[in-house]
Design a protein around this ligand. Structure first.
Ligand code: FES
Ligand SMILES: [Fe+2]
Length: 378
């Protein structure tokens, strides 16, 4: 039986409870360490009910604060930016330094004669770095990031993302008309790989997938298909990541609780962050790192791979209709299509889950349980 009922995917009440009990109480992905390089560089990220500001202080130490002014609560900084010397609120110009101390209040003498600036520092949040990525937690005394991820560490790829470089053109953002859990359930569903993606993910051996849970995190590994692996040095369209031993090569695609998928493959390392926007709307942001290599090396590698891919048919139904996601040859478009269709069906009085694959879809119910545990623990 499904653990979560339809309302969990459609109601505002459920959405609000998740924001409070899951996203405000877990570590959230905020970016890569390279995003901040100089004192005063900053970025902002939503963590459930909280907007968090991450910056480098004068000593280049990373700090996180709640992005709300201590005067009357206005959001201080937007999006991301470079080399701020102070943080000034747009509403009445209260100003904080990079340590979060309130340093200036306009018309202070006449309007706030008794104000104690020291008592109105920015509220602290927690920030941590793991595998070259920045994570935040709204609670300044949160359990450490290392502890949070330690159960799943043994099941992740041998990749060293700190040594890779971001492929900036590969950054993408998808607005998807589906609840965030529909997208997560699609990500951890081992059953659909050989079917929905029969024409797009044939490079992997789906029958040999190894999956499970460690802590609240889902892990997944599958090796490369034999014919792809046999000539992998030529077949790979991207330069191979050289730190991966040949017997460990394959796809590691964990879903770190609650909403960060990783895709660790023979040639790339990506983050897949599912951001809830509304009960039936989410945004997926994807960032990808690859081997540092010259443009020439990238070009020659792509040419070499042409032999393996040239005769493939990428179009699931062979319709040749470029506007059809199922004929696009793009596995992400295929996934978005089924997620949106499934979300629509939730409204039908005829919707129910008929059965679930005992091994290949087992993770779906387990993930639902993990979500439910958080929501009920409030
Ligand atoms: S709310 Fe920020 S200065 Fe007034
Ligand atoms: Fe998929």
């Amino acid at each position: 039986m499904p653990v979560l009922q339809v309302e969990a995917y459609t109601s505002q009440d459920w959405f609000d409870r998740e924001q409070e009990t899951i996203f405000s109480r877990t570590w959230q992905f905020a970016g890569f360490v390279e995003d901040l390089s100089d004192p005063g560089d900053y970025l902002t990220v939503q963590a459930g009910l909280n907007n968090i500001l991450v910056l480098l202080d004068e000593n280049k130490q990373m700090r996180a604060f709640h992005n709300i002014c201590r005067h009357r609560g206005t959001q201080l900084l937007r999006a991301s930016g470079k080399r701020k010397q102070f943080i000034t609120c747009p509403y009445h110009d209260w100003t904080y330094n990079l340590d979060g101390k309130l340093t200036a209040v306009p018309e202070r003498k006449s309007q706030f004669p008794d104000l104690d600036l020291d008592s109105l520092c920015l509220h602290k949040a927690s920030v941590g770095i793991w595998r070259g990525a920045i994570f935040v937690h709204p609670d300044p005394d949160a359990n450490s990031l290392a502890n949070w991820f330690s159960p799943v560490e043994p099941y992740l790829g041998p990749h060293k993302p700190e040594k890779l470089v971001e492929y900036v053109e590969g950054r993408s953002r998808h607005e998807i008309n589906a609840n965030w859990k529909i997208i997560v359930e699609n990500y951890i569903d081992g059953y659909h790989l050989a079917h929905l993606h029969s024409a797009t993910l044939f490079m992997y051996d789906h029958r040999r997938q190894q999956t499970g849970f460690a802590g609240n995190h889902f892990y997944f590994y599958e090796p490369l298909a034999k014919d792809y692996l046999a000539g992998i040095e030529n077949n790979s369209p991207l330069p191979l990541i050289d730190s991966i031993p040949k017997d460990k090569i394959g796809a590691y695609t964990p879903m770190l609780f609650p909403n960060l998928g990783l895709s660790e493959t023979e040639s790339s390392w990506s983050t897949f962050c599912v951001i809830p926007v509304a009960p039936d709307k989410s945004i997926v942001e994807i960032r990808t790192k690859v081997m540092p290599a010259s443009d020439w090396q990238y070009m020659t590698q792509e040419w070499k791979s042409w032999n393996f891919f040239k005769n493939r048919k990428w179009d699931k139904y062979g319709t040749g209709d470029a506007d059809d996601p199922l004929a696009s040859g793009d596995f992400m478009a295929e996934d978005i299509y089924v997620c949106e269709q499934q979300q629509r069906s939730l409204k039908s009085p005829y919707f129910s889950i008929g059965a679930i694959a005992k091994d290949l879809e087992r993770a779906v119910y387990q993930y639902q349980k993990n979500v439910q545990n958080y929501v009920e623990a409030r």
